[in-house]
Each structure stands twice: as C-alpha cells, then as structure tokens.
Design a protein around this ligand. Sequence first.
Ligand code: OOG
Ligand code: NI
Length: 462
Amino acid sequence: MSAGIHISPDTIRSRFSAAMSAMYRDEVPAYGTLMDLVAGVNDETLAADPAERARLEEVDDLARISEERHGAIRLGTAEELHIMRRLFAVMGMHPVGYYDLSEAGVPVHSTAFRPVGAEALKRNPFRVFTSLLRLDLIEDDALRAEAARLLSGRRIFTRGCLDLIEHAEAQGGLTDAEAGRFVTEALETFRWQPHANVGHDMYRRLHDAHRLIADVVSFKGPHINHLTPRTLDIDKVQARMPARGITPKAVVEGPPTRKCPILLRQTSFKALEEPVLFRAGEDWQEGSHTARFGEIEQRGVALTPKGRALYDRLLSQTRRRWRPAADGSNASEYMAALTEAFAAFPDDWASLRAEGLAYFTYAPTEKGLAAGAGGKDLETLIAQGALRYDPIIYEDFLPVSAAGIFQSNLGDDAAQDFAASPSQRRFEADLGAAVLNEFDHYAAVQCASLDASLKALDGLAA
Ligand code: OOG
Ligand code: NI
C-alpha cells in the first residue's frame, strides 16, 4: 500500500455510520420506519420552536441531529475488545466511561466508543455502546469452559480489516481509497449472520444460563443489535410508534419529561424473532433467536457529579416504589412517581447553572465584547448580558437505563442476581487502554470555554 494523503478520521466515521445505517435499514425494516418517524417529529419540533432552532444553529449543532445515532454490540473475549478499540480509533472513536451492568442483572461490563473533541462531535457524533461478556459470572464450570472454548475459536474481524487497522496505525491514517476498503471490511464484523456457531442443544444450554450469553457465544460475530436515532421529542415519537406498527417498550428510561432536558431519555421496541440455522453435524437445523431491536433517544444537558448524584437519588427513590414491569401494567404509576420525585430537580437553565448541577459552555456576546469585562466576575457578566451560556449535551449513557434496554429485549426472565462486581481495572487491561472519565471531560470543556470567553472580553484573544 502506498503512502498518500490521509483523510480525517471524522470522515471515515461519517462514512462508516452511514454504511451501518444503510445495512441495518435493509436488515431491520422497522428501523427505517423509526428513522422516518423521528425525522418528521424533529422537523415539527423545530418548526414549533424557532428560538430553539436558532440557538441550535448558532452553536452549530443543528446539522448533526438528523445524522446522529448510536449502536450497540456485545463482545466475547478480551482480544476482541482490544482489537475493537483499535478499529474504532481509526475512525476517531475512543473509549469513554465504564459501565458495570452486573449490578443490574446483566453479565457484562461496557464502555462507549465515541468522538471526544467538540469539532469531532459536530462533524459526526456516532458512538457504539460496547459490552464485554463476563464469563466469570457463569456459575456452571463446564458451561463456562465450553463457552470460552467456542469464543476462542471464532474470528470476528476479516483479514483485510486487520491489515488496514495495522496500516492505519503504522502510517498515522488512511487515504481516501483505503478508507473506502476499511469501511467495507469493518462493516462485515457487525453484520447479522444467520448460521450459528453451535448446535441447537448448546444454544439452549447457553440460553438457559442467560439469554445474553447465548446471543454472544452462539454466533460468528457481534452483530449490531440496535441503531438509535436522536429525537428532539421522545414522548411524541413513543406515542406515534403504534400507529406505524411498532410496539414500544412500556416506559421511557431515564428522567421524566422536563422543560430543560437532562442526560438521556430512551425507549426501544422489541427484538425481532429471526430465523437461525443451528449446526446439526454436516447439516443445518432451522430455529430462531431474538437479537435485534430498535431504540430512540433524546439527549439533554450533561450533569456535574452533584447533579448526577441528585439524579441517581431521585431515580432510585422512584424505583423503590415502582419497578417498571415489562408488560406495562404499572407504567402510569411509575411515570407519575418519577415525575413527582423529579419535582425536586430544578427545571430552568439559570438554576441548573447557578447551583452547579449541569455543565455549560460560555461565549461572549456582541454586547459583552463591546463593553469589555473590566475585571467583573462571572455572575455579573452573565447578569449584564456580556456572557451567554449553552448546555453541554450529554454524549454518554446511563447504567440503569442501559440495563432497562437490555432487559426489555432479553425478556423479564433475564434479570438475574449477580453480585455487583465492578471491575474497571480488568476491563481496561483487556481493552489495552484507560477509559476517559466523562465528568473530567465535560468539566474541562466548560472550563476551557469560560477561560477563552474571559480572555476575549478582556480583549486578549487572537
Ligand atoms: C446495549 C444496551 C445499552 C443504551 O442505549 O443504553 C444501550 C445492548 O443491549 O447491547 O444501548
Ligand atoms: Ni442503545
């Protein structure tokens, strides 16, 4: 391969995200329906709120919204996780956050691969929630050994993909033509493959241990299990799903409806029952598996550790009273209790900022630049209209919500008790890198914008 001009990892990510979306739309038609529904609701929401539309345009966030989506995969081994990190790095996606799902009854721990810098996020915020199966949480020794043996024998990356990852690392990037090949090769890893790695009996045993274990161990690769577009009004999309032939899960995960959205709200529709071919000697035996589903999300402001602690407290207060049942039988009680609990969470931007509950970026206004800062403090500058502040969007995930999403398509019976056993160090050793702490990152973004604003007001900026 010859050296040439490298294209931006952001461009590779945009192409990959578009290719993944097209593939998923082909494989799971309901995803296409959901995309149409979301696009329609987003247009309506913006048309009804010209001020918000103008603000999004001003902070340069409007374009990314219709492009925006996340996906999720589940990996089986440390080696797969390690290579996956290198694959995503080619596209400018890095591991952010550590999520221990064992305490929520799902035998995995996870991170999110995503772009990190403001510019990269604006170009394309595509992210992938990536879980690693915790075989150490399987109690049956024989089954654990068999699962490990099956996983060690599979190869989830094509030779071409591995070569291009190495090439990108050695050369510091990929040319346009190489990137085209990389996207094609990398996509293979995420494709649904109906030919299972196991016979039906083995699938049953794995499934009986935990449905998630069967989903990872029985197949040749980590099929993308959902792709999630971002909506500006999740309640509206949820309400309109049935008319489009889609049955949403019973409750929206995350905070309740608010004037000022915080963190992340998510809802999904049930996994499809798909035909699978199980091994039967030299032959194949027909069967089925539920794996792939659809989800939508609405993103709000990132919370500080103080805000997050309040969020966690109000959420667990609610869930102590009502644990949402999968059949929706207590959905209205749960939502009412959630709304009631969250009355304690301030719902205007000024309080969220002043009380240090959420992160914001700062920017000098025209008026401020004309007048100068003149040694005034932050609060005075804001009160005088010299500084504006805008919410920093939460780009990450929530463990309780993620568990709810896992659970809703694995079935209620999939909730099992595992001892909570966060194991971030182990995860990072397998990954071959530390994960970025999301709070540190949001705090640094806020701080940098404030510094730059104050300098600009002092007339010190370039
Ligand atoms: C991942 C579930 C978590 C989210 O949006 O919280 C997730 C999975 O089911 O593999 O995607
Ligand atoms: Ni998701």
